[in-house]
Design a protein around this ligand. Structure first.
Ligand code: NAD
Ligand code: UDP
Length: 370
């Protein structure tokens, strides 16, 4: 039964000013039913929400444990989002990646257990690591044909309860993030088992949308995730770089569809507690090269004033782009049957529409910056 009929709920959102956090915050505050206590060390993406009377914002670090405990004690549920989750940093700053994806959120999970609060912990689709098929490729040296349908090859479909996790060697530091998140999931599960922690674990599959990351040189530095890398190239009229030819595949999930899933969890605690959910859009699968082509087409339509721009892609090796220690996931295809059945949730937005909505927002936001 939905809890929406009961008294107002206070949700503690840790990492409320990030990409997912800012969208979740906007959606929670749109419902009079919710009050939000939020912590983030950034605030730019939520500037328009900071004055909302149902939002109490602390511009601080979650390492401030007394503040985190104060907020958790006053909340009905805690959504834990803080992390370093940018692949370029997995190889450049692996200790920070491990600390921010295990050590710090584990302390938060312990506080939730101590105060008997429901923890909604964001994990990642990367816990599945290398797919079994990519492992098989190494032995055969062959690249498998793309299956004609999702059902065609069940090795590709990642199931919360059945799929084993295969990470690369320790020296391949790409896996520092996946390994830390996997240990966090196991620790949260163990706190549930030993101390009765009520938890829900969310595994996002490449959410995309407005406010994802930053445009290097404009409102951040470094290498963001692929959507922002390609947007930077389009805004600055540079080639879109395809790592190892852009052959790897992702399912790109519209952020508003993903937030629908989180809202369904928060509205149905009894259904969501104790569950791990894949949240992704299996029908939005594309190779990174296909994503680049889609983004070029979309940019041509939405920014026709750039008709003189020589739109192009450029192949780069992973070593050139990310440095040593990088390894890619070739494919992540989620089984979302559990989220569909338990939460009554399904993603609705196809990839061209996702891109149109996302790019319109980027073009508006960065109209005067590039
Ligand atoms: P994001 O980087 O946009 O947001 C993270 C937020 O946490 C940022 O605003 C950052 O300032 C804040 N933060 C980090 N460390 C902090 C600290 N010590 N104290 C205070 N604030 C801190 O990332 P996102 O895309 O919104 O991802 C949120 C969560 O979802 C992460 O746990 C990530 O691993 C997971 N995830 C996201 C995706 C996706 O597709 N976006 C995919 C897989 C997993
Ligand atoms: N990628 C790319 N060009 C870029 C940035 C990323 O080809 O400018 C590739 C990257 O190697 C990976 C995919 O895009 O295969 C998705 O990368 P992202 O950083 O968005 O997240 P991931 O799904 O790997 O965590």
């Amino acid at each position: 039964m939905s809890s929406m009929s009961h008294s107002p709920q206070t949700i503690c959102v840790l990492g409320c000013a990030g990409f997912i956090g800012s969208h979740l915050l906007a959606r929670l505050l749109a419902h009079e039913h919710y009050m939000v206590l939020g912590i983030d060390r950034e605030k730019n993406k939520i500037a328009d929400l900071i004055g909302n009377p149902r939002f109490n914002f602390f511009n601080d670090d979650i390492k401030n444990e007394s503040l985190v405990e104060w907020c958790i004690q006053r909340s009905d549920a805690v959504v834990s989002l803080t992390a370093i989750c940018n692949p370029a940093l997995y190889t450049q700053k692996p200790t920070e990646v491990i600390e921010s994806n295990f050590l710090h959120p584990y302390k938060i999970a312990q506080i939730c257990a101590r105060h008997k609060k429901w923890l909604v912990q964001f994990s990642t689709s990367e816990v599945y690591g290398r797919t079994i098929s990519s492992f098989a490729n190494d032995a055969t040296g062959k690249t498998p044909d793309r299956p004609s349908s999702v059902e065609a090859n069940s090795d590709y479909i990642l199931s919360e309860e059945k799929t084993p996790f295969i990470l690369g060697p320790v020296a391949t530091q790409r896996w520092s993030y996946a390994c830390a998140k996997q240990l966090l999931e196991r620790a949260v599960f163990a706190l549930g088992f030993e101390e009765g922690l009520a938890f829900t674990i969310v595994r996002p599959f490449n959410f995309i949308g407005a406010r994802m990351d930053y445009i290097p040189g404009i409102d951040g530095e470094g290498t963001p995730r692929v959507l922002a890398c390609f947007m930077e190239a389009l805004l600055k009229k540079k080639p879109l770089k395809l790592v190892d030819g852009g052959k790897n595949r992702r399912v790109f999930t519209y952020i508003e569809d993903a937030i629908d899933a989180v809202m369904a969890m928060l509205a149905n605690p009894s259904a969501a507690k104790g569950q791990i959910f894949n949240i992704g859009n299996p029908t939005n699968e594309a190779t990174v090269a296909e994503l680049a082509a889609l983004m070029i087409d979309c940019h041509k339509q939405l920014a026709p004033e750039n008709s003189s721009y020589n739109y192009r892609t450029e192949d780069v090796s992973a070593a050139q782009f990310y440095g040593a220690g990088y390894e890619d996931s070739d494919r992540r295809m989620p089984d979302i049957a559990k989220a569909q059945k338990v939460l009554g949730w399904s993603p609705k937005t196809n990839l061209p529409e996702t891109m149109r909505l996302t790019m319109m927002d980027y073009l508006k936001q960065y109209a005067h910056a590039a």
